[in-house]
Design a protein around this ligand. Sequence first.
Ligand SMILES: *[C@@H]1O[C@H](CO)[C@@H](O)[C@H](O)[C@H]1NC(C)=O
Ligand SMILES: *[C@@H]1O[C@H](CO)[C@@H](O)[C@H](O)[C@H]1NC(C)=O
Ligand SMILES: *[C@@H]1O[C@H](CO)[C@@H](O)[C@H](O)[C@H]1NC(C)=O
Ligand SMILES: *[C@@H]1O[C@H](CO)[C@@H](O)[C@H](O)[C@H]1NC(C)=O
Ligand SMILES: *[C@@H]1O[C@H](CO)[C@@H](O)[C@H](O)[C@H]1NC(C)=O
Ligand SMILES: *[C@@H]1O[C@H](CO)[C@@H](O)[C@H](O)[C@H]1NC(C)=O
Ligand SMILES: *[C@@H]1O[C@H](CO)[C@@H](O)[C@H](O)[C@H]1NC(C)=O
Length: 612
Amino acid sequence: MSLLRYLVPNIHQYRRIAPRYLLLILAISAVFSTLYYAWLRSDEVLFLTDADFFWPPETPEIWAERAAQVKEAFRHAYRGYEQHAFPHDELLPVSNGSTDNFNGWGVTSVDSLDTMLLMGLEDEYARALPVISQTNFSLPSNNHVPFFETVIRYLGGLLAAYAISGDDLLRDKADELATKLASAFNTTSGFPVYAVDTYNGKNLASRSGVLAEIASFQIEYAYLGKITGKKEHVDRATLVTNLLYNATLDRFGGMYPTAWNLDTGAPSDSHLTVGALADSGHEYTLKQFLMTARTDKRNLEMYIRFTSYVINNLLFLTPERHLLYVTDAQMWKRGITSSHYFQHLACFFPGLLALGVHLLPLNHLDAFGINVTALADDFSPADRYAYAKLAEFDLADVHLWAAEGLAQTCYLTYADQPTGLGPEIVQMDVNETGAIQWIDALRTWKADRDGRSPPGVGDMKPWTSPLHENVTVEQLIPAGRRKGDPDTFGRDYLIRNTGYYLRPETVESFYILWRTTGDVKWRHRGWDVFQAIERYTKTDSGYTSVMGVHTAHPTPMNAMPSYFLAETLKYLYLLFLDEDPLPLNSWVFNTEAHALPVFAWSAQEREAYGIV
Ligand SMILES: *[C@@H]1O[C@H](CO)[C@@H](O)[C@H](O)[C@H]1NC(C)=O
Ligand SMILES: *[C@@H]1O[C@H](CO)[C@@H](O)[C@H](O)[C@H]1NC(C)=O
Ligand SMILES: *[C@@H]1O[C@H](CO)[C@@H](O)[C@H](O)[C@H]1NC(C)=O
Ligand SMILES: *[C@@H]1O[C@H](CO)[C@@H](O)[C@H](O)[C@H]1NC(C)=O
Ligand SMILES: *[C@@H]1O[C@H](CO)[C@@H](O)[C@H](O)[C@H]1NC(C)=O
Ligand SMILES: *[C@@H]1O[C@H](CO)[C@@H](O)[C@H](O)[C@H]1NC(C)=O
Ligand SMILES: *[C@@H]1O[C@H](CO)[C@@H](O)[C@H](O)[C@H]1NC(C)=O
């Protein structure tokens, strides 16, 4: 996930659905209604039980066959890239052209290296290496390299391929690239700027940065320091941890705002989100703690603070379906407002929570010297009160419920659409009395649970058009509607951007939930997503981003982002493999799905690098 995958404005002209398709929807609805409708309508919240799910019987052979299909999808995409675009950055999968949108160093091939190694695609790997060995990471003067994207795609790609293959060329190239990027850190605070000129070693001076860009390189640099023995790389990661840990966040209840001042190292806005512009900055707190063999306690503390804030303040339920979602907050002098937008980019968050539940002793943080209640001591009375509410629960339970409920909503935004592909951004409904804060609903539920699942957590069925025979197609698929427009027919959201950009976040969370809970439903849901990708995004030479996931005929956009091969197909492949080649307790994925090994600093390294 990453912020620079711009939030493209939704300029798409909505197509009508073909009458044939509408008939199909109605027929399916009729079947569903016979089977479920009366039952569903009788239950306000639409919770289902296990007995309502009829997953087809699965055998190891079926999952192996599905993994093989994902591998074939990768080969199809990479073949098209090699044929029409290599060694440029990305394939244009409709026109068979190419684009150099990420420095022109062949981003798709570097980003794909570790996926190839995992899939055993040795020929493709062997063909990619010579170009990498010749790259000098320079650009003609006056062109700038985006620091963040270059780190997560190129540096991360090289490092993960090194970790898996042990090929020294890749380590040396990673070191060379990081050296070329060094001027990014030439700021008063030590936070990196967003772009550098690798030709003359200058940075694009800027006084402001966003969280995801200034704080999503630490695991790459720490690992690079580990394998090269170079203190400068480690220092850069440590400095950013110091800055974030020292920042005064009392006003924000321990959450990291989106904009930061690169001179002072202090926050410079009051916008709080785990979506675009801030996503991986939050993600890396837990990932640094895990990668350094759970010794970096400051990052653990930051993780606990920000997740507590999110759970207390940014999680809501929709009014009718009770879909759990995470959104943003803008803090003003006189209170807080929220857009109630739910972004595809934020769908990494359930996976992160599940990873934490699996690998952290959330109910025994005192083992790490952390007293959760005391974390709020300096906060406002409202935030202290919120912490006290959270303290009524077993923290691991709450994190797991949030993970399952959010991942389910991510899934439903796919399954609700005729394509089975999820839109980039939806806006959740809020009823007249205001949004339902999840933590409050959780407390109500706890007082009288009566055998029910926690709110927003029990399994729910995808939305099927209710049998409103007189409703027009536009009303049934209410994308892009504005506030004050007619209701959402029980779907509980409007689509604000109908694009599916081949993004990984949802299947990433399915993969982690499958590995950490063993619940096979996450595999089935991932299979649904993969089939939709095959059906609606495949072209003769690759796969394409599309607009209009809510229509029967989405429009191809002629783009195949490198992260589709690095992340989306990798997570799907790992989801269907029975044996996990990258167990979550010994590998950490960077925000581009590049796997870096967990390691411990030796006593000498701690001493030499000043690691606390
Ligand atoms: C880097 O490689 C390019 C293309 O091969 C070449 O034109 C350029 O002179 C090289 N730059 C440096 C600094 O070696
Ligand atoms: C760092 O930035 C300062 C001021 O912009 C500049 O004078 C100096 O040359 C830069 N140093 C390096 C190593 O890029
Ligand atoms: C952070 O605070 C600690 C303790 O007050 C101090 O030693 C350290 O220098 C500070 N680090 C930064 C980067 O400000
Ligand atoms: C944890 O912190 C709270 C609030 O500061 C304090 O009342 C409590 O005694 C602490 N618990 C432990 C075990 O230190
Ligand atoms: C709005 O939500 C509140 C809180 O869940 C609920 O009590 C109320 O009935 C809802 N109002 C409507 C009109 O649905
Ligand atoms: C749809 O419209 C027709 C004609 O206006 C009417 O007879 C019928 O009852 C309507 N159906 C529903 C479900 O409202
Ligand atoms: C693109 O290339 C594929 C083979 O990779 C070919 O089948 C297809 O016809 C080409 N499409 C265009 C528009 O040239």
